[in-house]
Design a protein around this ligand. Structure first.
Ligand code: MG
Length: 397
């Protein structure tokens, strides 16, 4: 799709988060291949200032005036533009010099700028799964109209994207997403009732931000990835399966109609999917990473997910099958539930209970426009914030 030898200019939405930091570390390894022309961050000005010193972008965006004032003090000689508020990510996403936008803002925040990037004809490397969960139909339709490629950064979808290269989509029988199972794989239902925020934040194989780490512990992350896969690969819910693979070495698989299963394997390091998305269709020489040593790994195990202990997975399938605005409602209710869990205002087991209650109260409408989806998102957030979990827990007893 692009000349692999030309230096690629890209814009980064979410530069100070886990994926953003890994992306810019990769750019520093390959300065002759990539240039970050615009960075969107939030309030982490120490990290953003260091990134501006090293990458000299034309444009940065930050959450508010206080952050911008802080930033100007940290980078007094900065010659580019500093934008504030919601106009910032939009300007970053549509920067005229960027031919690729890496979308790594956390949560539904990334939706508007990512759709703007697609509509501006940018190829999009997608690390923010909520974009497709909330607005998969709109975003993929816009991508088709613009002739731009959506390059998955999520490790599972990146694996599937790789396993599809050179094959006929019509010959795919099903997609199998692998899940590490998170830190609570071996916990009984009774033990799950008492897990703490600290335990939930301690992911066994991946180092990520708090929202996605909690989503991994509840398996909601995998549920959101099922919805993401539906849109990225244009495949329905009945042909997407999930298998637990605690070692996180097989990153996902594609099964073809002849029974052949192609898997992508690698050490669990986000540098690999980020590098593949940035350099596609080329591969980067990442010889400084620890290679996959299968004899050292020893055993790779696979088990079916326990849908009773981890009800978030089926909530996501339910939202996908209901369609329209329901996945947006699932996603928004989950974001608030995770926020309330992190604030110790909700127990671990109340996360799926709250999401399910908000979905029960929603009548899905067709996903006809961004406004309709954003209204459903706002409604679900309000419903999830005001929902009294205590009454429901009492009702369940
Ligand atoms: Mg993933």
């Amino acid at each position: 799709m692009r000349d692999p030898l030309r230096r690629r200019s890209f814009a980064l939405l979410g530069s100070t988060g886990s994926v953003g930091v890994s992306t810019l570390a990769l750019v520093e390894r390959f300065p002759e291949r990539f240039r970050a022309v615009a960075l969107a961050a939030g309030r982490n000005m120490a990290v953003l200032a260091a990134q501006m010193h090293r990458h000299a972008p034309d444009l940065v965006s930050v959450a508010d005036e206080a952050s911008a004032a802080d930033l100007r003090q940290r980078v007094p000689g900065f010659a580019g533009r500093i934008l504030v508020g919601s106009a910032g990510p939009l300007a970053v996403a549509t920067h005229p010099e960027a031919d690729l936008v890496l979308s790594a803002l956390v949560g539904a925040l990334g939706l508007v700028p990512t759709l703007a990037a697609v509509r501006a004809g940018k190829h999009v490397a997608l690390a923010n799964k909520e974009v497709l969960v909330v607005a998969g139909e709109l975003v993929t339709q816009a991508a088709r109209e613009q002739g731009v490629t959506l390059l998955p950064v999520d490790s599972e979808h990146n694996a599937i994207f790789q396993a599809l290269q050179g094959h006929n989509r019509a010959e795919v029988r099903r997609i199998v997403l692998t899940a590490s199972g998170g830190p609570f794989l071996a916990r009984s239902a009774a033990e799950l009732a008492t897990v703490t925020v600290v335990e939930a934040l301690n992911h066994p194989t991946w180092k990520m931000g708090p929202k996605i780490t909690i989503d991994s512990a509840t398996l909601m992350n995998k549920g959101l990835e099922v919805i993401e896969a539906r849109w990225l690969f244009d495949i329905d819910a009945d042909h997407i399966d999930v298998v637990i693979h605690p070692q996180s070495i097989v990153h996902s698989m594609v099964e073809y109609i002849d029974g052949s299963v192609l898997a992508q394997m690698a050490v669990p390091d986000m540098t690999i999917p980020i590098g593949y998305a940035l350099a596609y269709p080329a591969r980067l020489p990442l010889d400084y990473l620890r290679p996959l040593d299968l004899p050292a790994a020893g055993t790779l195990t696979f088990v079916a997910p326990d849908r009773q202990r981890f009800p978030c997975l089926d909530l996501a399938y339910r939202a996908l099958r209901a369609g329209g605005t329901m996945p947006a409602v699932l996603n928004a209710a989950n974001e608030i539930a995770v926020e309330r869990f992190l604030a110790e205002d909700l127990t671990y087991c109340e996360i799926p209970a709250l999401v399910s209650a908000v979905m029960d109260a929603h009548e899905p409408a067709p996903a006809s426009s961004l406004d309709v989806l954003l209204a459903a998102d706002r409604w679900a957030r309000d419903a999830a914030r005001s929902s009294g979990v205590e009454e429901r827990a009492a009702a369940q007893r």
